[in-house]
Design a protein around this ligand. Sequence first.
Ligand SMILES: *Cc1c(COP(=O)(O)O)cnc(C)c1O
Length: 423
Amino acid sequence: MFIGSSAFDILPLYCKLNRMFPVDKIREDFPILQRKVNGNPLVYFDNAATSQTPKVVIDAIVDYYENYNANIHRGVHSLSQEATNKYEQARITLQKHFNAKYAAEIIFTSGATHSINIVASGFSALLNEGDEIIVSALEHHSNIVPWQMLCEKSGAVLKVIPMNEEGGLIIEAYDELLSENTKLVFCNHVSNALGTINPVEEIIQKAHHYGAAVLIDGAQSTPHIKVDFQALDVDFYVSSAHKICGPTGIGFLYGKKEWLEKLPPYQGGGEMIESVTFKKTTYADLPHKFEAGTPNVCGGIAFGVAVDYMNSIGLDAIALYEQELLDYGTQELLKIEKLKIYGTSSYKTSVISFNVNNIHPYDIGSILDKLGIAVRTGHHCAQPIMDFYKIPGTVRVSFAFYNTKEEIDVFIKALKKALIMLG
Ligand SMILES: *Cc1c(COP(=O)(O)O)cnc(C)c1O
């Protein structure tokens, strides 16, 4: 419980949640946070690359393999039915969490990259020469390369919404790019390299005005922001479980039913057919049409448990607490001489990308690792952003709701030490 006595209820929600955010208790849910790295307590600030896994999710994985490991959907036996029920229950958990209209609109995939490729591949059958696809300049490589491949195949043209110095998108330029030729728009909800939250509502509405479909990459938003697919009126939305306290190798593709019915299947195989003869195969209904082969049953079930876990804390409480970490981390970093933060939009998640002077990010990251601190260095799969700033990469720290201000203090102290060494 975060809400205290009724006396607290008159305080702004922010104070109430702040005061009560039980981070110490939450940290006990994550076994890995107890370990040491190079003799120092682990400080894990690489949450934008992958989040850590709470015990309930680990237990769900063990429970699956110890008690009801089976192939799903086809079995008459009890184990298969139990596994099928839990897997389908997880789909419903995701449907409810994201407010999709139908559970069948949630397709389990191996992750965000796989989900994007399903849409890109499907659209190659729907596009014609001269059609246009718009992507944002803030994209992860996994949201650039599939569209380039699609353009090569279909003769469509790729256009890019440019970014500004703050690390935001220039929406007026987007207005200029849109036309009757626009068939698809792709944008991430939150930039993994900078943390910028993009105005996806506006991007979607404007695209729909021209009849274009929109895919939003939510790999960085879903761990931090409550997302409502129907309210957004988004056509496709993707994310990976491992960024939301779930395991690797599982994610989802959400698509509006009309769109998923229109798209051809991505892979052929078992599970995705209604009937097969050598003359003609008819495809199964959604979601099975896109789930060829034996799926990651355990992963899907564990994904559902991870979403339940996040909801037990509350995404609103998480967002407020992470904002506090972001503000504190930003304030402390800016006290360091010659430190420059990339991505200074006032509307961002708990990601801070920075460089100090001309010191190579890799050198800073290596010393921090020796001190037990995990950060990411490099181009963060977003080379176009680095090109924009004319830098090879950055040091990126990304906070999750199980991080603390004390850890930020440890990190700042270690960073100062590293800078003296690299001086
Ligand atoms: C992590 C990430 C992806 C790719 O996710 P995978 O799990 O590697 O498929 C795509 N887009 C963004 C913004 C990401 O942060």
